[in-house]
Write a protein that binds this ligand. Structure first.
Ligand SMILES: Cc1cc2nc3c(=O)[nH]c(=O)nc-3n(C[C@H](O)[C@H](O)[C@H](O)COP(=O)(O)OP(=O)(O)OC[C@H]3O[C@@H](n4cnc5c(N)ncnc54)[C@H](O)[C@@H]3O)c2cc1C
Length: 470
């Protein structure tokens, strides 16, 4: 570890750590970035998890929220975002799959009687554009689009089940909304679950749901390169176990979750704050699968082959049941499965003719159950013959994921439960939740606002606060 001479030290190189480091370096601060893992990037790493030549995004793959984020969209990094022909598909047992196109009108046309309702809700959020995105990604800032945000908020606060049944009349539109909302990892009967679904669906229209050409790692690498251009120093393979190991600096940004911060800070933290952090709740975990395939997935509806993201799990009722089971600490027999087909946008992920496939399902936090069979059965349900294409697979449960990245506590990919309470109190209830009681020390991970996703906003907001205060 370099000894001293830094204005700021950033621990952790996920999208939030990187955006925090870039914000500080761009303001002229001498920055040291310290990463525990061998490679930089946190949730943006890409590895050959199965066979040589098959590049798999270990965590984040679809970077919709990154391309739309005010923390990243103006950086002009050397990274290419590749868009699939169709952002998302939701196959059903009967009839064609529901498709979300970039064009809201084309999407609405596929929703029949619910087309108008789609345009009036998801379409309206997309029409509100980047000012609404900026408002939602900086919920504690001055709203850029207060009217649109108030309108959005009225629906967003609802449980997804209530929103879907009130606004949509057809099973197809209701299922589509459920698949979007289930990204939140919440029970779909819980408040605010509709909001996550509406936001993600509107991003499909506004910004698309792209992947990074070559893998998400290229996005992280481009940010590390920019940081070095700005004079920042970087160290990897160095886990920080105690804050005392860090060189002295005016500012310390920690891209870690509350549980790790409690360990690193030890008795330095006042009892009251420790107590509040101890009450922070983690969400369900995920069981992640990656496959090397000998060809494209044989979807029963061939249109699904063009979709970057595919939501499996059937109807609103089925997905609601799946997510309720997970919330209750059980493993659903037919889980909701999030699938990404990177090759629909980026054929460089596999050798010629080959394909990669990425998927996860939700499981109770810390689960040790192997969900491979249940996930593959859901894919077979909509793509009979899928298993015949499998050349190799990588399966990772919560413990494996937490070994890969200690921020994934119990396999929770969101840095903490995305409940209504923890949307407001993340990780504590405060107008400046990034600030800790330790002078100059800030949390900046997805355990701070606005929460999960590769948007880098926690890092940017923490760094801006630090620039004002230290
Ligand atoms: C399986 C999976 C799929 C996902 N899919 C998507 C997706 O498609 N799109 C999307 O937008 N988001 C997705 N996410 C979520 C996204 O990856 C996270 O929300 C995002 O990476 C959080 O960024 P972060 O900077 O807060 O933390 P992280 O990206 O988790 O980075 C934290 C970094 O800190 C390092 N670190 C932790 N402790 C220490 C320590 N003590 N010393 C040194 N270094 C330390 C870690 O090694 C890590 O590099 C997914 C996550 C997972 C796990």
């Amino acid at each position: 570890m370099p000894a001293d001479g830094f204005d700021a030290v950033v621990v952790g190189s996920g999208p939030n750590g990187l955006s925090g480091a870039l914000t500080l370096a761009a303001a002229g601060r001498r920055v040291l970035l310290v990463e525990g893992a061998r490679r930089f990037g946190g949730g943006l790493r890409t590895e050959e998890l199965t066979l040589p030549g098959y590049a798999h995004d270990v965590c984040a793959s679809v970077l919709a929220i990154a391309v739309a984020s005010p923390a990243f969209r103006d950086l002009d990094l050397k990274v290419e975002f590749a868009h699939p022909p169709i952002p998302a598909a939701h196959p059903l047992d009967d009839g064609p799959a529901v498709l979300v196109h970039r064009d809201p009108a084309r999407t609405a046309a596929g929703l029949g009687r619910d087309g108008v309702a789609w345009l009036e809700t998801v379409g309206a959020a997309a029409r509100a554009g980047l000012p609404l995105v900026d408002t939602l990604l900086a919920p504690l800032g001055v709203p850029r689009a207060p009217v649109a945000a108030a309108r959005f908020g009225a629906s967003a606060l609802l449980p997804a089940t209530v929103f879907a049944r009130t606004v949509f009349r057809t099973p197809r539109a209701r299922a589509l909304l459920a698949g979007m909302a289930a990204h939140s990892m919440l029970d779909l009967r819980a408040p605010i679950s509709a909001g996550y679904g509406l936001m993600l669906a509107s991003l499909a229209h506004l910004a698309g749901w792209p992947v990074a050409r070559g893998g998400s790692q290229t996005f992280a690498d481009a940010m590390v390169a920019r940081l070095r251009e700005l004079g920042g120093e970087t160290v990897s393979g160095r886990w920080v176990r105690d804050l005392g190991e860090l060189p002295p600096a005016r500012t310390t940004l920690l891209d870690v979750t509350p549980r790790q911060f409690l360990r690193m800070a030890g008795p330095r933290l006042p009892a009251g704050y420790r107590e509040r952090l101890t009450r922070f709740r983690y969400g369900p975990g995920v069981f992640k699968l990656d496959w090397a395939l000998s060809g494209p997935v044989p979807w029963r509806d061939p249109a699904v082959a063009g979709a970057g993201t595919v939501h499996l799990g059937g109807t609103l009722a089925e997905i609601t049941h799946s997510e309720a089971e997970v919330t209750a600490g059980r493993h659903p027999r037919r889980p909701y499965v999030l699938v990404v087909q990177p090759c629909a946008a980026d054929p460089t992920r596999a050798p010629r003719g080959g394909h990669t496939l990425w998927a996860y399902c939700h499981v109770p936090n810390g689960s040790g159950v192997d969900m491979t069979e249940a996930v593959e059965a859901q894919i077979e349900r909509y793509a009979p013959g899928f298993r015949d294409l499998v050349l190799a697979r990588s399966a990772r449960g919560p413990a494996d994921l937490e070994r890969h990245n200690p921020n994934l506590v119990g396999g929770d990919i969101g840095g903490g439960l995305a409940s209504l309470w923890q949307f407001a109190a993340r990780p504590v209830l405060s107008p400046r939740p990034w600030r800790t009681p330790l002078p100059g020390v800030y949390l900046c991970s997805s355990s701070t606002p606005p929460g999960a996703g590769a948007h880098g906003m926690g890092g940017r907001e923490a760094a801006r606060l630090a620039l004002r205060e230290s």
